[in-house]
Unconditional design. Structure first.
Lengths: 302, 277
């Protein structure tokens, strides 16, 4: 099966400033793909290249097997797009705005619009100019989903949504994915996409630093454990365990840095009489934050 | 230009980019129509007292030659001449230009600066189609204003007895429509090329001033004279424009509109669309 999105050497410069440097990305069809990075990393640039709003400086972008640069209209027919800062016509009601876009797209079932509006508790009779930012964002989401596109390209979709609506959005993403659509969504917060994304890509300063599944990343999370022994710390034994990256001993407590599974550590230390184990879990968000701040790859601890 | 398969619940004016663009200007057109109507009515009401002034022809014969030609003052003793020099040679062209340039600038550059263009472009419609529909809406709006001008001018002429015939009024109104359309389309083109509303206003405004200067200079300086025919102002105004018949110069204006439109169509495909905010 062809990739939903495939870019090769995709590069974008704005007046000499490099926004995206040679991106090679493959998004499998039917997946939910989280595109992560801090502000200014090149997420929006990538999304605007995929939707045909920007032209690449070099390299190519294919969406649903179609070259975006040469066949933008066919791509745009099959894509649902939410811009990073969605703006509708303030003098139109939500209903009028969606009617207009549905007329331009053709083939939109209005019952689908009503269903989506209901789920987001959106009042379609109100003018967009009078809606809060969050409610405008819902209109933006409805227009992206309403024609049941093969690929959803959503730039920071949860911006302005309250937690209940965020959950509603995530369940909608899950449904779209189960019915065969591919969802490409950007975020600067991992926890937002962790629950729905199959795969995440991490972007920093226009460069892809890693693509991985969520379980793969979890396996590589670095944790800090403090193990207190009844007697003396068996430091050499601990150092011999492959997952233990670092050992510091103070009195009867070993301060460990653990990368990967804790299984072997637990089995090994049990006979030495463990009095207490204290764990300091590092969540995935912290892992990503380290990417953003130029630190070494977090699982390679010296 | 409604698209096939449109849901019957869709309001008529939201069925295409063309209709939506007309919808956006509907209130504005009402305002402009009232303004232009009041202007024509006021000037028409002044006409009888002006006509009855003694020695008016002697006064005009003392005007410099270029003034006589620019404002057609020698003809001011007739109703056509009076309305021509009071309205159709400067005031109405400026109003039509202001309206059309403002509209042209808003259609693409305005939408891009507001941020509404993004979603509109990511639809199956090609950028060429969107630009063509917007250009058509622009010309339709200017034409509607011209139609109002025609009706008001004819009504005033008939009720006050200014002697402006249906064809006289036609040539005058058509020249306003063509002139406005050409510079409005230049504004649309500048907006599509740059995405900036300020430039989309500045470029056609500067060109209009230049065209007017060229036209006036052609009247004053003999060596400029052959060049003034390049000026859309000359093409629109030199024949009268009220009562000028349908000069071939109007074809140049129409051709100008066509050339600018054709040049505009590929512009959005050739550049990046600015992200809002």
């Amino acid at each position: 099966m062809e990739a939903a999105v495939r870019t090769s050497g995709l590069r974008k410069e704005f007046r000499g400033t490099v926004a995206l440097q040679g991106l090679d990305l493959v998004v499998p069809p039917g997946s939910v793909f989280g595109y992560l990075g801090p502000n200014g990393a090149g997420k929006t640039t990538t999304i605007r290249l995929l939707t045909g709003l920007l032209r690449p400086t070099s390299g190519t972008a294919e969406v649903l097997g179609l070259d975006v640069a040469s066949r933008p209209d066919e791509v745009q027919r099959r894509v649902g797009y939410l811009p990073g800062r969605f703006v509708g016509y303030p003098d139109l009601t939500g209903g009028e705005y969606l009617r207009y876009l549905a007329a331009l797209r053709g083939g939109v079932e209005w019952s689908e619009v009503d269903r989506l509006a209901d789920r987001f508790e959106l009042d379609l009779a109100r003018r967009l100019g009078t809606l809060s930012h969050g409610n405008q964002q819902k209109v933006g989401l409805v227009q992206a989903f309403m024609h049941r596109p093969d690929l959803l390209v959503l730039d920071e979709p949860t911006t302005g949504l309250d937690p209940i609506m965020q959950a509603e959005f995530l369940s909608l993403v899950g449904e779209a994915s189960r019915s065969g659509a591919t969802v490409f969504l950007s975020s600067h917060i991992l926890s937002e996409v962790e629950a729905v994304a199959d795969t995440v890509a991490i972007l920093r300063e226009g460069e892809l630093v890693r693509t991985a599944t969520i379980p793969e990343l979890r396996a590589q999370v670095v944790r800090r454990w403090d193990v207190t022994f009844v007697h003396e710390v068996p430091a050499d034994v601990l150092r011999a365990i492959p997952q233990v990256a670092e050992v510091r001993v103070r009195d009867r407590t070993a301060h460990l840095v653990l990368a990967g599974s804790a299984e072997e550590l637990l089995r090994t230390v049990a006979p030495y009489g463990v009095e207490n184990v204290e764990t300091h879990e590092t969540d995935l968000t912290e892992v990503f934050l380290r990417y953003y701040t130029h630190e070494e790859e977090p699982w390679r601890v010296a | 230009m409604p698209l096939p398969g449109t849901d019957p619940g869709t309001p008529f004016l939201l069925r295409s980019v063309y209709l939506k663009s007309l919808r956006d200007v509907r209130h504005g057109l009402v305002g402009w129509s009232i303004g232009i109507a009041l202007l024509v009515i006021t000037e028409s009401l002044i006409w009888p007292s002006f006509r009855d002034m003694p020695d008016i022809e002697k006064l005009f014969s003392q005007y410099p030659d270029y003034m006589q030609r620019l404002f057609d003052v020698s003809a001011m003793t007739s109703g056509i001449g009076f309305i021509n020099s009071e309205l159709f040679t400067l005031m109405l062209p400026v109003l039509f230009l202001v309206h059309a340039i403002g509209r042209g600038a808003r259609l693409v550059a305005g939408e891009e600066e507001d941020g509404t263009l993004d979603v509109l472009l990511v639809t199956p419609l090609s950028t060429t189609r969107i630009l063509l529909e917007k250009a058509a809406a622009l010309v339709t709006g200017v034409f509607a204003l011209g139609l109002v001008l025609y009706v008001v001018t004819m009504t005033c002429s008939l009720s006050i007895g200014m002697g402006i015939g249906p064809l006289d009024a036609l040539s005058g109104c058509l020249s306003m429509v063509l002139l406005g359309s050409e510079f409005g389309l230049i504004a649309l083109a500048a907006g599509a090329a740059t995405g900036r509303k300020s430039l989309a206003v500045a470029v056609p405004a500067a060109l209009a001033v230049a065209a007017y200067v060229l036209y006036v200079a052609g009247l004053l300086v003999t060596s400029v004279d052959p060049w003034q025919h390049l000026s859309p102002m000359e093409q629109a105004l030199a024949s009268g424009p009220l009562g000028g018949g349908l000069p071939l110069d109007f074809l140049w204006l129409a051709l100008g509109c066509a050339v600018v439109t054709v040049a505009t169509l590929p512009m959005l495909d050739r550049r990046d669309i600015a992200a809002p905010g």
